[in-house]
Design a protein around this ligand. Structure first.
Ligand SMILES: NC(=O)c1ccc[n+]([C@@H]2O[C@H](COP(=O)([O-])OP(=O)(O)OC[C@H]3O[C@@H](n4cnc5c(N)ncnc54)[C@H](OP(=O)(O)O)[C@@H]3O)[C@@H](O)[C@H]2O)c1
Length: 343
């Protein structure tokens, strides 16, 4: 089988490492190029500070990290570049004909860039229709993806009038080396710059409706408080929503349990069998125990409480920020583009 050669930009970072882990043995894609800035010219195994529990994949260990300008960059590019740096580079690459799957925030809200969660809004890839040459497909902020996945079944079944969310976000969400140990040890930090804005705005696009060549925002008021907690991996979110229509507890739980992506998404190599796992135990989900469900691609929901009015619903949700919220989300988007004939 001819696998499609791909590049990872920012391969040594927290997200870049997850890309390397997911792509090293991928059935459709072949890790052909690792790109870095400070690390360019060195071998991957020498320079990477591997954050995963296992070893650096054998096929990546001896790969040399290249500068972006080095010739021979594959057409398909996964970007784990820092925000700000990513925007102009990704625009340039798309202009030169590359298909860019980005984790960075810079282009997420651009009108011509689909912001896709394959199980939720695969139809938004329609924004690419008729486009010649390169383009950019974005996945959301790590917290926003977990939230949007938990909200999508509720939006479909009952409608959403309002959402309040308070997050406890993992250290790996701040990249490497991330938050200084002296700040986060024995502590919770009540502010993450720029995060609340992303969590409040991005789900409007993901949960919005494709209307021709634009996305109509979902228009759900979302109020976010984002905090950093002393957890290595897995963003945890406490959510309070007001459903538009009355529901019973059984209906709410069924909406989550029965939620699946469309058939074309269910068969993708990186797709979880069940995107949302509903936990009934009163002390679950927990980041340490539940973040790697289905290889880190499933979102956990638990602590479900429905008010007597049938509309006030409280729950917690949890998902891996570097896999479901970043690299795995991008790879899943690329797999969807492949089956749609876009790659
Ligand atoms: N961490 C998460 O959970 C998460 C989740 C969703 C989205 N994101 C987004 O994903 C992106 C990456 O995040 P991260 O946490 O992985 O960051 P990170 O750990 O700081 O890694 C950044 C990487 O970018 C490389 N780099 C920096 N400038 C470069 C340049 N000019 N050219 C080529 N490579 C360059 C660095 O490599 P060198 O050392 O070689 O310079 C490093 O490998 C960010 O936009 C972030 O907002 C992160």
């Amino acid at each position: 089988l001819n696998r499609i050669p791909v590049a990872v930009l920012g391969a040594t970072g927290a997200v870049g490492q997850r890309f390397v882990a997911l792509l090293a043995e991928h059935p459709w894609f072949r890790l052909a190029r690792l790109v870095g800035d400070d690390s360019a010219g060195r071998s991957y195994a020498d320079v990477v500070r591997w954050m995963g529990d296992g070893a650096v994949p054998a096929s990546a260990q001896a790969m040399r990290i290249e500068a972006l300008e080095a010739p021979g960059l594959p057409e398909v590019v996964f970007s784990a570049l820092p925000a700000g740096v990513a925007g102009p580079i990704e625009s340039r690459l798309a202009g030169a004909g590359h298909k860019v799957f980005t984790n960075a925030r810079d282009h997420r809200m651009d009108a011509d860039v689909p912001l896709v969660i394959p199980e939720v809004n695969p139809d938004h890839l329609g924004l690419l229709e008729g486009r010649k040459g390169g383009w950019i497909v974005a996945n959301g902020n790590c917290t926003a993806i977990v939230l949007a996945l938990a909200l999508a079944p509720l939006q479909r079944a009952f409608g959403l009038d309002e959402v309040h969310v308070t997050t406890m976000q993992a250290l790996s969400g701040a990249g490497y080396p991330g938050v200084p140990a002296v700040d986060i040890t024995d502590n919770v930090l009540p502010f993450i710059r720029g995060e609340e804005e992303k969590v409040e705005s991005e789900p409007q696009k993901t949960l919005g409706r494709l209307a021709g060549d634009r996305v109509e925002p979902a228009g759900i008021p979302i109020h976010a408080t984002c905090t950093r907690a002393n957890v290595r991996e897995g963003h945890f979110e406490s959510v309070h929503v007001k459903l538009a229509r009355k529901a019973s507890m059984d209906e709410v739980k069924a909406a989550w349990r029965e939620f699946r992506g469309p058939p074309e998404v269910q068969g993708l190599p990186t797709a979880p069998k069940q995107p949302i796992h509903l936990h009934e135990a009163e002390d679950r989900p927990q980041p340490r125990r539940d973040r790697w469900l289905e290889g880190g691609m499933a979102v956990s929901v638990g602590r479900v409480r429905l008010g007597a009015d049938g509309r006030s619903l409280r729950f917690v949700c949890l998902g891996s920020n570097t896999v479901r919220g970043a690299a795995g989300a991008s790879v899943l988007n690329a797999e969807l583009c492949k089956v749609r004939g876009l790659l």
